[in-house]
Design a protein around this ligand. Sequence first.
Ligand code: ADP
Ligand code: MG
Length: 323
Amino acid sequence: NRLANQIAAGEVVERPASVVKELVENCIDAGASRIEVDIERGGARLIRIIDNGCGINKADLMLALTRHATSKISTTEDLANIRSLGFRGEALASISAVSRLTLTSRQHGSEQAWQAIAQGRDMAVEILPAAAAPGTRIEVADLFFNTPARQKFLRTEKTEFNHIEEVVKSHALANFQIAFMLKHNLKVIKRIPACGEPSQQALRIAAICGKPFIDNAIRFSCQHDVLMVEGWIGRPGYHRSESDIQYVFINRRPVKDKTLNHAIRQAYEGLLPAGRMATYVIYLTVDPAQVDVNVHPTKHEVRFSEQRLVHDLLAKSVRDALV
Ligand code: ADP
Ligand code: MG
C-alpha cells in the first residue's frame, strides 16, 4: 500500500504547486471563508495551509489520510453529479506518502483539536490531542524527501513559488467570497480580502490580473439553455505577449482544457496582431451531470456530454461580446 500511495503520488503530486492546489481545494470544499497559504523555500521546505472550514473530527482524521477515502461522494450517482472540487480521496494519502505531513483539525462546535502525523509512510499515523481554532491546518514539510528522483526535478525556489502563486490566484478568481493570504519565507506576498458585493468583483480581478486588464476588459454574460457563460474579456486592442491572463472556470473549478481554449482562440480570430495573446477570465456554469471532471487525476481536463455544443456556444458568446 505504501508503494501504491507513492505511485499515485506521482500522478497527483508533481511539484509543490500541485500540493497547494489539492489542499486549497479541500479548504474550499470544507466551506472556508478564509484560507492562509504559508510557503517556505518554494514549498520544498514547507507548505502550511490554514482554513476556517468545517474541520474534521477525531474519528475521521485517520480516514482523511487513507487512500480512496472521501467524505464527499458515496454512490456512483454522486460521481456523475460532482459539486465538490475533490472526490477521489487520493490527495492527502498521496501527499503524505512523499512528505512529512501534519494534519491538525478542530470541528466546529468541538472543544478539542486533534492532530495526525504521517511521515512518508502509510498508516502508522499517530493521533494526538492538540490546541487549535476551529478549522484545519495542514503542514507538508520536506516534500519528496523520500523520492530523490522527484526532488531533482524541482526548479528554483522562485519558479516553484510562481507556480504556487498561480494556483492561489486562480482559486481566488473562482471564489470571490473567500479571503486569501499568501506568504513566502514569512513575507506576505498577496493579501486578498473577501468580496461580498458584486461591485467589488472588479477590484478582486484587478488585484489578481492587474489594473490594465480590468480597465480594458469587457464584462459579459450569456445565458444559453445548457450553459451560462460570463466573465471579463480583454478588448481586442488589449493583448499580451504572454498567456498569463487566461483563466477558465467550470462551476468554479479552474480548468485548462484544449476544447475550451480553442473556442476562445476562435472567437478572437482576426482581432489580435500576430503572436499576441488574448486575455480573459471566463466562468462557465453547467449542470454538473453534463460535465465529467474525472478524466485525469489532476482534474484539469474536462469532458462534456455535448462537447461540440459547449465549444460553439462559448466561441459565439465571446465573439458576440467582442464585436
Ligand atoms: P477528496 O478531497 O478527494 O475527498 P482528499 O484526500 O483531498 O480527498 O481529502 C480526504 C478527506 O479529508 C476529504 O474527503 C475530507 O473529508 C477531509 N479533508 C481534507 N482536507 C480538509 C479540510 N481542509 N477541511 C475539512 N476536511 C478536510
Ligand atoms: Mg481533495
